[in-house]
Design a protein around this ligand. Structure first.
Ligand SMILES: Cc1cc2nc3c(=O)[nH]c(=O)nc-3n(C[C@H](O)[C@H](O)[C@H](O)COP(=O)(O)OP(=O)(O)OC[C@H]3O[C@@H](n4cnc5c(N)ncnc54)[C@H](O)[C@@H]3O)c2cc1C
Length: 454
């Protein structure tokens, strides 16, 4: 079977590639191969009652399927070059921002109209942060919310399904370089194409490394971010979240000079499990619909670690820490900040008595037995720093879930056109190690589609 273009992965990178290809070059035959399910069949079995924690399904519905890792996310599209990836280093800052805005327009047309665009421009919080040795990064953020994000994906699928051939539950095993194109194999069947766009995200990280090894594409080790998810009553951060929705705040620790940052803030949201290659870590999301709001706000506090010589496996380091937490907690662990500071584990009784009611059923435990001292010290310092701009952050009942790990794919060698050393083979999105966000991954998809369409 031959296609002009095969796209591997139906996350934002793959979807916006397909969208732009069909818009600019409708004559091209395009197929998308996706390891997971169509959107409507994506169901995480955790219901909070019968199944309370991750049962490690063969294909994780949170990470895989139409919509990719972002399908049940909070749908925060950050329009910025300050974080979310280094796409601008390849295609230029101006171009990267222009593509992120273009994606934002598509999202609005496909169901996101009426959602709010927040911005740090002119915010009084920039000064307040600086006065307390904290640094607020610049961004505009479109918050679709988990519900509208889902609607946008439904509408995009309806728009594409008749002109793009989708192969679901079809994990691609191999990519071979052939004369004049590529051969891929999925579920024992081979398919050929002239151009191939690989957009396999974080869940495809191990597979991506294997393919790069097999066809000789160079890779560079990337960083890993390790930390906790903080959950507290929404009132504590409401002055910030009402104006900015999400604030990306960076703090340099006094003790080690490490940078600790807030990440993925979910006002009135919920903490959720995340499964990457069988390792259960923590994440968060929130809904646009006020009826689905919770009493709490959650966000991650992360410290970046990058190993290069002689130990290069930054992701392996992060995995080992996450495994340790899975070993002690049977999954994600939760601890009250007051317990952590007093050097005692949290018990179910203390969690039940806490004024902050957890939104995720996690195992009460002791994060100091899991996180390296340097990382934990940094997180504690930052919680006290945040307490100055959002009093209540360092309350005893603030909940810390561990561990949150942000794995970054190895960065695959590619040109400023996001093309590998093979003509017509592109690696984009989080799978390329270049992007780490919905907006950057989507923008990279539009970019390569335009390259292919000419
Ligand atoms: C719970 C959660 C919340 C998040 N919230 C936000 C947020 O609010 N804002 C933000 O900017 N980012 C958020 N992110 C990150 C964001 O989802 C990713 O950055 C984005 O989805 C990356 O897009 P992608 O297309 O590169 O990869 P992905 O979305 O990971 O999609 C890759 C797809 O490829 C498929 N695949 C993998 N291997 C193969 C293979 N061998 N063959 C076929 N298919 C394969 C996978 O099944 C997957 O569907 C969140 C992530 C999670 C998990």
């Amino acid at each position: 079977m031959f296609y002009d273009v095969i796209i591997i992965g139906a996350g934002p990178g793959g979807i916006y590639s397909a969208y732009e290809l069909k818009k600019l070059a409708p004559q091209l035959s395009v197929a998308v191969f996706e390891a997971g399910n169509p959107l409507e069949k994506r169901r995480c079995p955790i219901d909070g009652e019968r199944i309370k924690s991750c049962i490690k399904c063969k294909t994780c519905s949170i990470m895989s399927g139409f919509g990719g890792a972002g399908a049940f996310s909070d749908g925060k599209y950050n329009i910025t070059n300050d974080f979310g990836g280094t796409l601008h280093e390849y295609i230029g800052k101006q171009k990267a921002l222009e593509l992120m805005r273009y994606v934002d327009d598509i999202n609005l047309r496909f169901g996101g109209e009426g959602t709010k665009l927040y911005s740090t421009a002119g915010s009084k919080f920039k000064k307040l942060c600086m006065q307390n040795d904290l640094h607020l990064l610049d961004a505009s953020v479109r918050h679709l919310g988990t519900d509208i994000n889902y609607t946008v994906l439904e509408n995009l699928y309806a728009h594409l399904k008749d002109s793009v051939e989708f192969h679901f539950n079809s994990p691609v095993d191999s990519v071979k370089v052939e004369k004049g194109g590529f051969e891929i194999s999925a579920c024992g069947v081979s398919y050929n194409c002239e151009k191939c766009v690989i957009s396999v995200g974080r869940s495809g990280s191990k597979w991506m490394e294997k393919v790069c090894r097999e066809i000789g594409i160079g890779t560079r080790s990337n960083r890993v971010d390790i930390g906790v998810r903080v959950e507290l009553p929404s009132e504590v951060f409401s002055h910030l979240t009402d104006e900015l929705y999400e604030s990306k705040i960076v703090y340099r620790t006094e003790k080690y000079g490490d940078l600790v940052r807030t990440f993925c803030m979910n006002p009135r949201g919920a903490v959720v499990n995340e499964n990457t290659n069988g390792i259960v870590t923590v994440n968060g999301h929130s809904y646009e619909d006020p009826a689905k709001h919770t009493q709490n706000t959650n966000f991650a506090l992360l410290v970046s670690k990058h190993f290069s010589e002689p130990f290069k496996d930054s992701n392996g380091y992060g995995e080992s820490i996450a495994r340790l937490s899975n070993m002690l907690g049977g999954g994600v662990m939760v601890q009250r900040f007051g317990d952590l500071i007093r050097g005692q584990r949290s018990t179910q009784k203390r969690i039940d008595e806490s004024f902050t009611v957890p939104t995720l059923a996690a195992t009460p435990g002791d994060l100091s037995l899991v996180l390296p001292k340097r990382i934990l010290d940094g997180i504690i310092e930052m919680i006290y720093a945040l307490d100055k701009i959002a009093p209540g952050t360092a309350n005893d009942d603030t909940l810390l879930y561990g561990v949150e790990v942000k794995f970054y794919n190895m960065e695959a060698e590619g040109s400023e056109r996001l093309e590998t050393k093979y003509d017509g083979l592109y690696i984009i999105g989080d799978g390329s190690g270049i992007t780490h966000s919905l907006s950057h991954a989507s923008a990279s998809g539009v970019f390569v589609a335009r390259e292919i369409a000419g």
